[in-house]
Each structure stands twice: as C-alpha cells, then as structure tokens.
Design a protein. Structure first.
Length: 200
C-alpha cells in the first residue's frame, strides 16, 4: 500500500469519459494515495456545466468524447480555470494534439497506457497543481498588499492636504491610530478617507 499524501486536503477530480472503466481505474489507483472527490461526465456538454457549477483541482479527459473530441474543452478549461488538465489521446493523434494543447499547460498522454503510466501522469499533474495554488496564494497576498498601500497613501495625502502634515508625520499618525484602536492600517486609512468626505 502506498503512503497517503496530502492528508489534509481533498482533491476534487472531474473525469470525462464515454467509458466507465476510467473511473474504476482512477479510484483503484488513487484511493490509497490521495483523498479524492471523483466526479463523472460522459460528454463535453455535461463537463462544461459541471466546471461552471463547481471548481475542480484536476480534470481528466479520456478522448474522444461522444459529442466532440475534447481537445477544445481541454484548452478552454486550462486557460480559464486553475485546474490541472490531463487529456488521454490515441497514440496515432498524440503529436498532433500535443502541438495544439501544450502551450495552454495541458498534459497529454497517449493511449493505450499502463495503469502505472496513468498514475505517474496524475502525480505530475497534482504536483503542478499544488505549485500553481501556492503561486496564486502569493499573488493574492501581493495584490492585497498593493491595494492596502494605495488606500494608506491616499489617506496620507488627505492628512497632508487637510492638516498640513509632512508625509512622515501622516504615516506616523496612521500607524499610531492603528495600534491604539487595534485595527489594520487599511481600516484606519479608510476611516480617514470617509471622515474627510473624499471617498470616490
């Protein structure tokens, strides 16, 4: 039995396939290694609705599907969502599909393939997905920090213009008030902006 990975997080997986066999294979391969929440779709139309209704960590497409090839769906899902996308494609079309989807970050694996090859491809997809999540969290923190800085700077200039303070003095006023009332500098800055009626 393989050791359990990521025991604090559940991986939400959408498997899109005409055949039910892929679901059984994925369950057997992953149940001892990951906490998984596996969802099924048999067509692109159904899969699109499911992706819109809920986010998935991983989307696995066993092409072709009954309503279309699945290639455009793979590209759009990778481009518009944070999910890791894996497409299983018949060997004769592998290079052709690879050329189309690679730039979008879609992982392509040729069929037929062994269970071990599928397992290894899934592990690669999970590793990439976790790295992407960490990068997104860093970007979100940076975006929040920049937004706070803009609000604080706006409040500083209000104090400078209305109270005749220097920039350094205005900065100290905001910092001191934040400490005194146990609020963030952004909250204090927003109060200053509202107080002076200059909020846009």
């Amino acid at each position: 039995m393989r050791a359990m990975l990521f025991d604090r997080e559940e991986l939400s997986i959408l498997a899109v396939s005409v055949s039910d066999k892929i679901y059984d294979i994925l369950t057997d391969l992953l149940k001892d290694r990951f906490h998984i929440d596996l969802h099924r779709a048999s067509s692109v139309g159904e899969a699109k609705r499911m992706v819109l209704l809920q986010g998935f960590d991983i989307v696995i497409i066993n092409a072709p599907l009954k309503d279309e090839s699945g290639i455009d769906f793979a590209i759009n899902t990778a481009a518009e969502n944070s999910a890791g996308v894996l497409i299983l494609i018949n060997n004769e079309y592998y290079e052709q599909v690879l050329d189309k989807v690679m730039e979008y970050g879609v992982l392509t694996v040729s069929k037929p393939l062994s269970h071990q090859a599928l397992y290894e491809a899934f592990n690669l997809l999970v590793a990439t997905n976790y790295r992407l999540k960490k990068t997104q969290k860093k970007n979100e923190k940076l975006t929040a920090k920049m937004a706070e800085l803009r609000v604080v700077n706006r409040a500083k200039w209000i104090l400078i213009e209305n109270l005749g303070l220097s920039e350094e003095e205005a900065h100290r006023v905001i910092e001191k008030q934040a400490m005194d009332v146990r609020q963030s500098k952004r909250e204090v800055a927003e109060t200053i902006i509202r107080t002076y009626g200059t909020e846009k």
